[in-house]
Design a protein around this ligand. Structure first.
Ligand SMILES: [Mn+2]
Length: 325
């Protein structure tokens, strides 16, 4: 797949050049990388091709809407538009699907490619974030076609990388990630102010963090989980998406190797699984999910099935410990 990257960059560049109107999508419940990759790509296109119309769509997230706002669109807006989707692994998760089969669709993403819904699919799972991938794309275009990056694009890419790497702490952080971050910091934006804004936590979320620390359960040596019921979410007035954002809060627990948050969404229980070594996306796939080797999502039908999933995690942890002793 990697040897094709340059070909993919070229074909996407050609499509961008060919089209006057470009509509860029991201995934539902957007995180900093969804905002960053989507917004930066738009900035790069607008900066280098000022006569193009670039439209950003997607429901706003209250905590990230300071970065830029999106536009309400209708089906008519998609006439003769090129559609690009960033940071979105599968079709159902695309936020806003008013485009049709007539629209040429490009997927740019860094998740394992289970659903290549695009006419062109630029997927690289060896980068920290979709924002890093957008930077790689830009870097290639810069060398070949003298495409430039502006301050706003640099800021947005930085936000995306910081978000998906947990501030350069998660194992997806590579030396190349750091190099790119370093280059981005040569642009003119206030990094400190930006990170403080990203870090702002609502009071209800602060209280919910206390709930997390109070209620996680050590299931087995190296394995922990947290159950979150609808009542819990009502009590703290938080949404399932906000719960998921807390899954890394317990990662520093001594001895922990794999853990999950199980969130009761009414008709199903969504499970966010994380690991510090054992590969867990096979387990996620067994329970109607998938994802990265060390960060995946699954769905179970009830709490009993969650126990099965936890047993599988305990097994993976046991094998991992034996193999790495
Ligand atoms: Mn991402």
């Amino acid at each position: 797949m990697i040897e094709n990257l340059e070909e993919l960059y070229d074909s996407i560049y050609l499509k961008i050049k060919e089209n006057k109107k470009i509509i860029i999508h991201r995934h539902e419940r957007p995180d900093p990388d969804a905002y960053g990759s989507q917004g930066a790509l738009a900035e790069i296109i607008k900066y280098n091709f000022p006569d193009k119309e670039v439209i950003l769509v997607g429901k706003e997230s209250p905590s990230l809407s300071f970065l830029f706002s999106t536009k309400e669109v209708e089906e008519l807006d998609y006439n003769n538009a090129l559609v690009i989707v960033t940071d979105t692994a599968n079709y159902p998760r695309i936020d806003g699907k008013l485009f049709s089969d007539n629209n040429f669709l490009i997927k740019i993403d860094h998740h394992p490619p289970l659903d290549n819904y695009g006419d062109i699919n630029l997927v690289n799972i060896n980068v920290s974030s979709c924002s890093e991938l957008i930077y790689d794309f830009y870097d290639y275009l810069n060398k070949k076609y003298d495409i430039r990056l502006n301050d706003t694009a640099a800021k947005l890419l930085y936000v995306g990388i910081v978000g998906d790497t947990g501030r350069f702490l998660f194992p997806n952080t590579s030396s190349k990630t750091m190099l790119i971050a370093s280059r981005l910091l040569t642009y003119n934006f206030d990094m400190v102010e930006l990170i403080e804004k990203i870090d702002i936590t609502s009071e209800k979320m602060m209280r919910f963090r206390a709930f997390i620390f109070e209620n996680y359960v050590v299931y087995h040596e190296g394995v922990a989980y947290l159950k979150i019921t609808k009542e819990d979410m009502d009590k703290y007035e938080i949404e399932p998406g906000e719960v998921s954002s807390g899954v890394n809060l317990i990662r520093s627990l001594e001895g922990l190797l794999a853990w999950c948050f199980a969130i009761d969404e009414g008709n199903k229980i969504r499970v966010r699984i994380r690991s510090k070594g054992p590969v867990i996306n096979g387990i996620a796939e067994k329970y109607n999910g998938g994802g990265h080797r060390l960060a995946s999502g699954a769905t179970v039908k009830d709490w009993n099935e969650l126990d099965d999933l936890l047993d599988d995690l305990a097994n993976a942890v046991f094998k991992y410990k034996k193999a790495t002793k």
